[in-house]
Design a protein around this ligand. Structure first.
Ligand code: AMP
Ligand code: ZN
Length: 129
């Protein structure tokens, strides 16, 4: 993918604060972090999203998530972490990536939602079960 910024990072055409890499993934710091140590775990091969990525690569990313969590516990004294992986309308960069956001006491984390459109839980359950 010629115009993909994450492919450019993989190719070394755009610099990144690389934390870890192997044959399958690269891990680097997010340039606009939500918490200290916010990083992205991305496959070296271009996949769009969760529907596109192969299971073997996805499972490898799962493994690396755990290793990177250990790293931020040890090196940054994180006492938790939040993972996020956006798809579709939620996804800005169209190259599969897993966010790891280390968590700290009083880290300012706020989940802000306008819940005015939220339906009854039972109504949603009826559709999903
Ligand atoms: P998403 O909304 O899940 O697609 O998030 C994309 C993330 O990529 C955002 O958190 C951006 O801050 C991050 N990002 C965009 N460009 C770069 C870059 N060149 N280096 C590191 N992180 C980036
Ligand atoms: Zn790409």
């Amino acid at each position: 993918m010629d115009d993909c910024i994450f492919c450019k990072i993989i190719k070394g055409e755009i610099p990144s604060y690389t934390i870890y890499e192997d044959d399958i993934v690269k891990v680097f710091l997010d340039i606009n972090p939500n918490t200290n140590g916010h990083m992205l775990i991305i496959p070296k091969k271009h996949f769009l999203d969760i529907n596109d990525i192969d299971e073997e690569t996805r499972m490898h990313i799962f493994k690396i998530q755990k290793q990177m969590y250990k790293l931020v516990e040890e090196k940054l004294d994180a006492i938790g972490c939040t993972f996020a992986q956006n798809n579709g309308i939620a996804q800005d960069v169209k190259h599969y990536h897993m966010h790891l956001m280390p968590r700290y006491q009083n880290d300012g984390w706020k989940n802000v939602y306008d819940k005015s459109h939220i339906k009854n839980v039972e109504e949603i359950y009826e559709k999903l079960k």
